[in-house]
Design a protein around this ligand. Structure first.
Ligand code: IPE
Length: 244
């Protein structure tokens, strides 16, 4: 059973402070992953304060690209630094985590359509590893390099690997309604369009609304939940908001 888990950038970093890790939360999430009994787990992490500030600084988004190699390396370098931290916390918990850097494994065509190499991810799983991907830059025909969000990676991986479950570990306990209550299930975007605003902190990939839209397009059930529910999610429980 393949499970795709995204650790939101705002969960594992201090999103309002550039390049600052939330080490305590990351360590507790790594411990939950270390304790879980999931056969085939793929981890994806977001950028938080390692990705979005750099992307905003260089004027790069998911649609507007840059060709300046220093800018590209700045965004990619910040993300690989964060990836090292994530890997290291997972290794502390004896999780056989190995990195996959999307800048070297994906491309967008001129229409923005993503192609992601996943043969290596599948073989890593077969060989007992836990692949760890991250939001990154991606070469984009006609644009140079644009931003590739962790959520897009989750979608591409879930489809390519025929994932059974998808989990998005977020700073909130689920998708919240106007009264800040967790919405237990979402089946269409229209149901929730009004209550989903954009994220407060700098977020070049669009906050919760974009996440919900992306997840509704999946063939596999997805859940959005807070860090306290990761253990339950990995144990197969219904936690947070179920989408799709
Ligand atoms: C962003 O990834 C990656 C970059 C800005 C380079 P995500 O969009 O998945 O990150 P979070 O989870 O929202 O922080």
């Amino acid at each position: 059973m393949t499970v795709i888990l995204k650790l939101g950038g705002s969960v594992i970093t201090e999103k309002d402070r550039p390049k600052t890790l939330d080490g305590e939360t990351l360590a507790s999430l790594a411990a939950a992953i270390g304790d879980a009994e999931v056969d085939d787990l793929v981890v994806v992490h977001g950028g938080g304060s390692f990705g979005h500030h750099h992307a905003a600084e260089h004027g790069v988004s998911t649609t507007a690209g840059i060709r300046d190699v220093d800018g590209v390396m700045d965004v990619h370098g910040a993300m690989t630094t964060l990836n090292r931290f994530v890997l290291s916390r997972l290794h502390t918990e004896d999780v056989p985590a190995v990195p996959v850097h999307p800048l070297s494994a994906a491309a967008r065509d001129a229409d923005g359509e993503l192609t992601l190499m996943t043969d290596q991810v599948a073989t890593m799983l077969e060989e007992g590893f836990v692949p760890v991907l991250h939001g990154d830059g991606v070469v984009h025909a006609g644009e140079g390099v644009t931003v590739l969000s962790g959520d897009e990676l989750v979608t591409a991986l879930a489809t390519a690997l025929d994932a059974e479950r998808v989990g998005l570990c977020s700073t909130v306990p689920g998708v919240l309604d106007g009264d800040d209550e967790v919405i237990p299930a979402i089946e269409s975007f229209d149901e929730v369009a009004d209550v989903l605003g954009v994220s407060d902190a700098t977020d070049v990939t669009g906050g919760m609304a974009a996440k919900v839209r992306e997840l509704l397009g999946l063939g596999s059930p997805a859940s959005v939940f807070g860090p306290e529910s990761l253990e339950g999610f990995l144990a197969g429980d219904d936690v947070g908001t179920r989408i799709g």
